[in-house]
Write a protein that binds this ligand. Structure first.
Ligand SMILES: [Zn+2]
Length: 171
């Protein structure tokens, strides 16, 4: 999937977390969580040469390439997710921690709709995919654009639905 699709999915994940913790819409926590969501969503593609995340975190992506980590393996695995979770748990307040973690997890999850599949259980070399190949969403395709718009609509609908009082108070 494209970086922008992953960002929207990460944003949606962060919104879900904010609603769960009932964080006020107009707060620094909300702003930080949404930003984290947008960044954590595409982060796993740091393993893909030429991706924006690989460029932004160049030293890390360089190391991954040096040790020959293939795309959609280590950084897209459940093992890595737990590793990041264990590392960040003591560092971030709960809403930010879960926003980051679920946004990060959304990456591998939506990659499962792609035809290439994901090695979720890396280092076990087994590719997972949620849809049969003929139905899978090809990266950059018309289907992916549609999928992204659905996610985007949800991103707009969620705050409108649950923060209506605050949203309507703005106008
Ligand atoms: Zn990916």
């Amino acid at each position: 999937m494209l970086q922008k699709t992953h960002s929207v999915a990460g944003l949606l994940a962060a919104e879900g977390v904010l609603l769960h913790f009932q964080v006020p819409l107009l707060s620094w926590d909300t702003a930080a969580a949404l930003l984290l969501g947008c960044l954590a969503g595409p982060l796993a593609d740091i393993d893909k040469q030429g991706s924006t995340m690989a460029k932004v975190f160049f030293p890390l992506s360089f190391v991954l390439r040096l040790v020959d980590v293939r795309h959609r393996t280590l950084t897209h695995s459940v093992l890595f997710l737990f590793g990041i979770g264990a590392l960040l748990l003591p560092l971030l307040p709960e809403p930010l921690f879960w926003s980051f973690l679920l946004a990060y997890a959304s990456h591998a999850f939506i990659d499962l709709f792609n035809e290439q599949g994901v090695e979720l259980l890396w280092p076990i070399k087994l590719k997972f995919r949620l849809l049969p190949k003929f139905m899978a969403i090809e990266t950059g395709s018309f289907m992916e654009t549609g999928f992204r718009y659905i996610l985007l609509l949800l991103c707009i609908a969620l705050p409108v639905r649950y923060y209506w009082d605050t949203v309507s108070g703005l106008f």
